[in-house]
Design a protein. Structure first.
Length: 317
């Protein structure tokens, strides 16, 4: 279902993807959600080593493929990511192999550097947390991720990932990465919704042949600090959806696809997983009406500054 985006290396990426980030402790939820999503027609699954549920994605995908022999693994675009404390080259390789084992597949379609931050690890391979309760930053690899990117390139050359890319990177970080990359990042997965439209970063990525992919395209369920506003209760956005006889989620998904990037709506509710996959298209007027709400906004809901003890977006204070 929906548009397919062609990455610079020729790999085809379905525009509608399913986000699998789930609360820890809700065992079995991801497995069920993945089966529902694949049955609903999603052919793009977004995963990460950090989500600690890749085993469930793997069993869900396996269950679906076994029950639907006409669908092949190669019909699904599967993404995973390497977490911050695994940026040393040997760890990058270990990370993707661990993800592949859990996902029960010999390759992923995209392997991303989850954050532009490298952290130290403990001897038992867990993240090193400092006395302040925050990640202990590996300054060298954060300031110069070239060795990490070389390891990503090796994973690509070895065929463990059909494409490699990044997540949460800024234009500045991408420019630096492009200066030494032998294999260019094929994608940059970032938070995008009407309260964080990212017009400049999206255009920059598109101008460089780096496909933007939107996480939290529905704008989370959180409030904007200070104003208490929520995307989900925004009057103008809801009026657009109501007039169209669609859900707000469907409008937001359509807005992202019309802007030319893939979207990763996430839900653990079967009815919402299914309805989000019923794609609609926006007229130019409807598209502009969403743009009008988005204009000049910049409210980020996903910001790990407090956890990392490091600000990826210093310009945002
Ligand atoms: P739920 O799992 O209960 O459906 P994020 O923006 O961080 O990806 O989070 C998406 C949020 O939007 C989730 O909390 C999800 O909750 C909710 N959601 C997903 N689809 C819909 C929908 N169609 N209508 C309302 N809320 C939705």
């Amino acid at each position: 279902t929906g548009p397919i985006f062609r990455l610079e290396n020729g790999i085809q990426m379905p525009g509608l993807g399913f986000g699998t980030f789930a609360n820890e402790g809700s065992k079995g939820e991801t497995h069920k959600a993945v089966v529902v999503a694949l049955n609903a027609g999603y052919r793009h699954l977004d995963c990460a080593w950090f989500y600690k549920n890749e085993g469930e994605v793997g069993t869900g995908m396996r269950e679906f493929l076994d029950a639907n022999p006409s669908v092949k693994r190669s019909d699904i675009f599967l993404t995973t990511k390497v977490w911050n404390h695994l940026h040393e080259p040997a760890d990058v390789e270990w990370s993707i192999k661990d993800s592949l084992r859990q996902l029960q597949t010999p390759y992923v379609d995209a392997f991303l550097v989850h954050w532009p931050i490298a952290a130290e690890k403990n001897a038992d391979n867990t993240v090193k947390i400092g006395a302040d309760g925050k990640y202990v930053i590996n300054k060298d690899l954060t300031d110069n991720p070239e060795p990490t990117w070389r390891a990503m390139e090796k994973v690509y050359a070895d065929g463990l990932a059909k494409s490699i890319g990044v997540s949460n990177w800024t234009e500045k970080g991408l420019k630096s990465l492009l200066s030494y990359a032998k294999v260019k990042p094929a994608l940059n997965q970032i938070e995008i919704h009407p309260f964080l439209p990212q017009y400049e970063l999206v255009s920059y990525c598109q101008s460089q042949g780096i496909a933007p992919v939107a996480y939290s395209p529905l704008g989370s369920q959180d409030q904007v600090p200070g104003t208490g506003e929520k995307v989900s209760t925004n009057k103008e956005l809801n009026a657009i959806a109501e007039k169209k006889n669609a859900t707000l989620a469907q409008v937001l998904i359509a807005w992202g696809l019309k802007r030319g990037y893939a979207v990763l709506p996430k839900s653990s509710n079967p009815a919402r997983i299914v309805s989000n996959a019923k794609l609609i298209t926006l007229t130019d007027e409807e598209f502009e009406a969403v743009n009008k709400v988005a204009d000049k906004r910049h409210s980020r809901f996903v910001n790990m500054k407090d956890t990392f003890g490091y600000n990826v977006w210093p310009e945002e204070a």
